[in-house]
Design a protein. Sequence first.
Length: 322
Amino acid sequence: MRRVLLGFALLVLLALGVGSAALAWAHWSIRREGAPLPAPEAVRAVGTSDAAGPVRAFWMATARQPMPRSAVLDARRDPEPDAAYVMTHPAFVLEWADGRILLVDAGMTREGARDFGAPLEMVAGAAPIEPLGSVAEQLGAERQRVAGVLLTHLHVDHVGGLPALCAGPLTVPVFLSEAQAERPNWTTRPGLEIVRSAPCASVVPLAGEGSLLAVPGFAGVAVFPAAGHTPGSQVILARVGTRRLALVGDLVNHADGIRHDVPKPFLYSLLVVPEATGRLAALRAWVRDLADREGVEALPSHDEAALRASSLPPWSGAGAGT
């Protein structure tokens, strides 16, 4: 019996050692990522070329889930810890005058949303998730106008709806940065596999000089390889008419993270999704400066109230392209 207990203890210690080493590696690997922060003049230049950029932009929620703000904001620094919060899982639709659509993120399917939301009920005190339909389901016949996909990062709640776009004879360029395609970690590798296995996805590398990457064929849009949240996290900058947008993904999960410089909960950034917290602090300050001084509208992915209060209308399935 003593030998059995000793063997079990050794296995536990081995598992703890392997887990600690993997966690340390994840934190080290993300801290080495991240391009220099773009200067304000570089951001201003996005969309100022002669080529026409997007003329309309929408957000499209694929699921929503009420939960405490303490699940996404450090309660010690949250100015309104008791306020309501609804986590949403959107895609963003950028539309050009010729009818082409560039999707930023792909949300989840109904089944994927239920799988994603169930653990949050147990560990974060969330209400049951409400699936709202995949991007393909909500686009309907407009799905054929999707001419490209950008991903703020490769977590499954941002990528899971991609395969549903593939019904019928459709090939969709999916633009990936080098970090997204070549340096995933354990939190993003499942999303990368979804991209690679989607039958209609044609992976196109993003490239460019400096901190901003161009998106081939889509004037008025630029990609900043921000890192911080995952090795391949990106901020998507777009000029839509006279508006300038920054789609910041999960650099924060609530707009107050930017407005009041509130980080995510400590244990989340340490254990759940290993993050570069210093980098995220610098990114919050950079985005806040763009909003305050440059008039850029910054939109985090998971704050439903912020999306509803934004200048972007929700996708209705009717008015786009008409």
